[in-house]
Design a protein around this ligand. Structure first.
Ligand SMILES: Cc1ncc(C[n+]2csc(CCOP(=O)(O)OP(=O)(O)O)c2C)c(N)n1
Length: 615
């Protein structure tokens, strides 16, 4: 079948089992082909092809509503809803989003990117439906990694007490990005491996063999089957049943007959436990336990070789190597399910007793760290900037208020690019700056990153070290403990001061050099600490009575610049992100669109200083 010609999912209604299997084969080929060129979430999507097809066959979207959790696994949904033709633009500027996107299609009811929001949001849809006395199904599709997050328990707590029709599909591939962790994972393991399960499976097969289900509407026979299958599960005591949610499963998520039977039965609050194989259909991603194939860049589909063009070493890797170097018996490195992305797998293997993967549980990670710190340990929480948004209260109410020695290694700060709005690391400074006791620092390069980490380990305070996704040239050198709050003057200049930090320091050198050619001389300051500030240096800067430019890869409101502006009468001009969400694109494309690329800043500073002279 020509996948690109699919306009909507109506054609599925008439398909028989054989045709459906052929379609899943074609979709997998298409996905491997397209993702090998653009990059994207490969394994999660290969795992849910049959499940998504059967959902579209059984339900009538968009009248029925489906919310994909995270929505990184919604590619087959995009294909079936007429977006296959746009896959060559996947995750590119102006192109198809890697997640559900309401502006893309009437079939996308919700948007995510962060995990574990689907149950609560879908419940909102279901309650609104009941209030309006409407009749349609609401489905939340969530993975076994994402259902481990605390948000889901808040939702389940309410869902279990309702009798409104609401369908949860638990897509269990026994994997988060890498192997899933935790007691809930163990519970799902137990369900899967229970002897009763096999008994149930055989019985189900027997029943299925008696009825040719594919294509038939929900009939009386089916209702009877539902009753007899249901009976097989009674007394299992699985957590969902205990919470008042009908549980069906585990079922084979690659078997169309099974999928159709169970999806058609779903009424009332029900959880259907579907077992799928992450990465199915591509030999390199099948059985990948490390998460290598979860999210990929472009790759050679025949050899499985990644085609990365970027060279250098990432801040994540530099920090992780430094953690290994500085490791003591009292240090504890914590990750909320991001060991692979944060380059912590080597450390985890070397120091299993000093490493904790808490699963997708950012808020828990922070409180756990606080408890460890109050008991004399030195916790380092490695966390992506955008995922830290979840933990604001834990930082304010717990860590900072108790002035605990918790180190936050805030990864993916600034523009992250292809994942778009939900993943840009542009808010953390805004929410951290007003918090008392916090020390906040952003290194300009690898050497400074390691020095800041050493400083954080040796400073008894909440300490955030922020770093970007960039890859760098890095030659290790002896790290030093930096005076808290110290800035560094990098170039001399009498006409103005340019204050910046992080990756923008490099861009600023270019700006300063270009201005020199125009006979404009600027003092460049590396404000490596955003809190506290270097008050001595700040006094000197303000006394010059010359314009002060602050250049930041962060939201303008709540930026370092806005703080500095609030404490001086000098002219402070801030170049930062205005009041908007930053869409997907490469980092340079995003910066250009935001007017934050080096050339635009150079032009702006030049214009500003010339008009200042003329005034
Ligand atoms: C709050 C939050 N933390 C971390 C992530 C990064 N992340 C994206 S997908 C994923 C794994 C999800 O696992 P699961 O729900 O089992 O889905 P699968 O990919 O296995 O289908 C993680 C940790 C995220 N998107 N949101």
């Amino acid at each position: 079948m020509n996948i690109r010609e699919i306009k909507n999912p109506k054609f599925l209604k008439k398909m028989n089992e054989e045709e459906l299997y052929r379609l899943s084969y074609d979709i997998r080929e298409f996905l491997i082909d397209e993702i090998s060129k653009t990059g994207g979430h490969l394994s999660s999507n290969l795992g849910v092809v049959e499940l998504t097809i059967m959902l579209h066959k059984v339900f009538n979207f968009p009248k029925d509503k489906i919310i994909f959790d995270v929505s990184h696994q919604a590619y087959t949904h995009k294909i079936l809803t007429g977006r296959a033709n746009e896959f060559d633009t996947l995750r590119k500027k102006g192109g198809l989003s890697g997640f559900q996107k309401r502006s893309e299609s009437i079939y996308d009811n919700y948007e995510a990117g962060h995990s574990s929001t689907s149950l609560s949001a879908a419940l909102g849809f279901a309650i609104a439906r009941d209030m309006n006395k409407e009749d349609y199904s609401v489905i939340a599709l969530i993975g076994d990694g994402s259902i481990g997050n605390g948000l889901c328990y808040e939702a389940l707590n309410q869902i279990g007490e309702l009798s409104t029709p609401f369908i949860i599909i638990l897509n269990d591939n026994n994997m988060s990005i890498s192997e899933n962790v935790g007691a809930f994972r163990n519970h799902l393991d137990k369900i899967r491996s229970k002897n009763e399960y096999l008994k149930v499976k055989n019985k189900t097969k027997e029943i299925l063999n008696k009825v040719p289900i594919i294509g038939k509407p929900l009939s009386n026979t089916l209702k009877k089957i539902k009753k007899s299958i249901k009976k097989l599960y009674v007394n299992d005591g699985f957590i969902f049943e205990e919470l008042g949610i009908d549980y069906y499963g585990p079922i084979n998520g690659h078997d169309y007959k099974e999928l159709e039977l169970y999806l058609k039965m779903a009424k009332k609050p029900v959880l259907i436990h579907v077992i799928t194989e992450k990465g199915k259909g591509y030999k390199f991603s099948e059985n990948d336990k490390t998460g290598t194939w979860h999210g990929v860049g472009a790759f050679d589909k025949d050899t499985g070789k990644m085609l990365s063009t970027s060279t250098g070493i990432s801040f994540s890797e530099i920090i992780s190597n430094a953690l290994i170097k500085f490791m003591t018996k009292d240090m504890v490195v914590i990750t909320p399910a991001m060991a692979k992305g944060a380059c912590l797998t080597k450390l985890a293997l070397m120091y299993p007793k000093n490493f904790i993967d808490v699963g997708i549980a950012e808020e828990h990670a922070l409180l756990l760290a606080n408890g460890l710190s109050l008991s004399g340990k030195i916790p380092f929480v490695s966390i992506y900037s955008s995922f830290l948004q979840r933990g604001v209260d834990e930082i304010i109410h717990d860590i900072a208020r108790m002035n605990s020695h918790v180190i936050l290694g805030i990864d993916r700060c600034g523009i992250v690019g292809e994942d778009g709005e939900t993943h840009q690391g542009v808010f953390d400074l805004t929410f951290l700056l007003p918090i008392p006791n916090m020390i906040i620092a952003t290194p300009k390069d690898g050497v400074e990153a390691v020095s800041l980490l050493k400083t954080a380990i040796n400073t008894n305070s909440p300490f955030a070290v922020r770093y970007s996704k960039s890859k760098l040239d890095y030659t290790p050198s002896e790290e030093e403990i930096l005076p808290i709050g110290s800035w560094k003057s990098l170039t001399k200049g009498v006409d103005a001061t340019l204050i910046t930090y992080g990756d923008f320091v490099i861009e600023s050198y270019t700006i300063v050099e270009k201005l020199k050619k125009d006979n404009i001389h600027i003092e460049l300051i590396n404000a490596r600490f955003q809190k506290p500030i270097d008050t001595k240096m700040w006094d000197k800067i303000t006394k010059k009575n010359k314009p002060i430019f602050v250049y930041e890869e962060s939201m303008r409101v709540g930026s370092l610049g806005s703080y500095l502006k609030s404490i001086t009468d000098s002219k402070v001009i801030i170049y930062a992100i205005l009041d908007e969400f930053v869409p997907q694109g490469t980092r340079s494309e995003c910066l250009l669109d935001l007017g934050l690329d080096a050339n635009t800043i150079y032009e702006n500073i030049k214009r500003e200083l010339r008009s200042n002279k003329n005034a």
